[in-house]
Design a protein around this ligand. Sequence first.
Ligand code: ADP
Length: 165
Amino acid sequence: MSNAVYPGSFDPVTYGHIDVIKRASHLFDTLTVSILNNGAKTPLFSVDERVNMLLDVCRDIPNVKVDSFSGLTAKYVQENHFDVIIRGLRAVTDFEYELQMAQTNRKLAPEADTVFLTTSLEYAYLSSTTVKEVACYGGDISKFVPKSIEEMIHQKYELRSKNGK
Ligand code: ADP
């Protein structure tokens, strides 16, 4: 049995992430998509909101589970007996950071290997940050995220503007 984990912020999940999730789900027996609750970042969506988004977009993929964690990825990987860590690579700019992370995790959790999936070309430009920037100024994000996620993003920005944030 190979148990893979795909950790990330997913704030919000995009078609780029979904592409990686679908492809990884074919490669491993189980895939857990796990939201890292990172204290260093101020997310737009709470962990619960992001869990619900992921549950929604992954509901038709049978071997995918959704989880969340805080603290060290390597510790979470060991505690849950994952043997593969999935990360997506969009461009050379991702590479240096991802390589450093993979090597650090290998030192801390040598029983797990990091596997990189290169992004499909149509999503190479896509990041959660871009989606938030476009949505924040009322732009069309329908090519970046599924309809249900698009609605949640627009609702969030409407609420924030009502609350004067
Ligand atoms: P993190 O804060 O951990 O980088 P993200 O949610 O931004 O969290 O990304 C999680 C993983 O998904 C990272 O490995 C990132 O490189 C990858 N990723 C993000 N966007 C895309 C995309 N458009 N195509 C492929 N992989 C992506």
